[in-house]
Ligand binder design. Sequence first.
Ligand SMILES: *Cc1c(COP(=O)(O)O)cnc(C)c1O
Length: 355
Amino acid sequence: MSRFWSQLVHQLTPYVPGEQPKIADLIKLNTNESPYGPSPKVLEAIHKATNDSLRLYPDPQGLELKKALANYCNLDAENIFVGNGSDEVLALSFQAFFRQQTQPLLFPDITYSFYPVYCQLYEVEYQQIPLDEGLNLQLKDYNQPNGGIIFPNPNAPTGKALPLSDIRQLLTNNPDSVVMVDEAYVDFGTESAACLVKEFPNLLVTQTFSKSWALAGLRVGFAVGSPELIEGLNRVKDSFNSYPLDRLALAGAQAALEDLDYYRKLCQQIIDSREELTRQLEELGFQVEPSKANFVFARTPDGVDATQLTAQLREKALLVRHFSKPRIDQYLRITLGTQEQNQKLVQTLKNLLQT
Ligand SMILES: *Cc1c(COP(=O)(O)O)cnc(C)c1O
């Protein structure tokens, strides 16, 4: 607390990201990063961009990247917005579309925990809609007066995905609200809603280079939506930071989009290892949610406390994520690592559960 802070700052409860500790030989399965490095072509492009031109500001619109993304999404550059990680794109969207609504913004009770933080920061009223008993998002529960709707698909931290038909129905039922689909994990086996953008001017889809593209350190995210929504985002962005993406980030993300084969291979490796880890955890007595993400969400076996197990794993230099939240406090969220890392985890769990 400080007398120098604005009133609002006193009231903030900031988001706490998964830790990035400096422990030797750490196996880091706590923040859904890629266990594999980015495409060599990305590194080459970043090296090439590291030159005298760094004295110049980057393109404030990131037009070349937008064009590449438009091509990737089968849309036009006017349908694309780029930002410093999708977290920034989300933050700007909350400002642009959800402030000063007469009805609350709706999102799930168990979801990405940044959403309520943005609501605090931008003073957005919100209402959390409980997932059902089986931790499924039931979009029919969102058919009520609202000032907007946001959810991840697949949801985090459950990893469960909704079919496109459900999202289409939600959009049809809510023509006057902005509906945001946060597709941070879409590339691991879910159909993107980006194809609905031409049909629904109220739909905004966000994606990120942090997970499937193995570029969390570069900080690049994007949104696709109608020119109307994109213009709204541009207005907020240009009232805040003209250059959210630096030259190296622009070059790296563009190069990533030119190496789709590499990225598809990474995604497939994750998907394959997901099935294997799920089966192995189930053999150890975990109850594993069917995941469409690069992580699994697993309830610990009966009598095994998840907080304690997380701490025991940490002692063995294995980091996983645990949320001390009602309904999910006996679950671990485990990012899929390399084959070798996943096997190390399974072996360590086996040893811990036997003693
Ligand atoms: C990881 C994540 C993001 C943000 O990713 P950035 O690194 O900021 O692009 C957004 N939404 C969800 C649900 C995530 O898990």
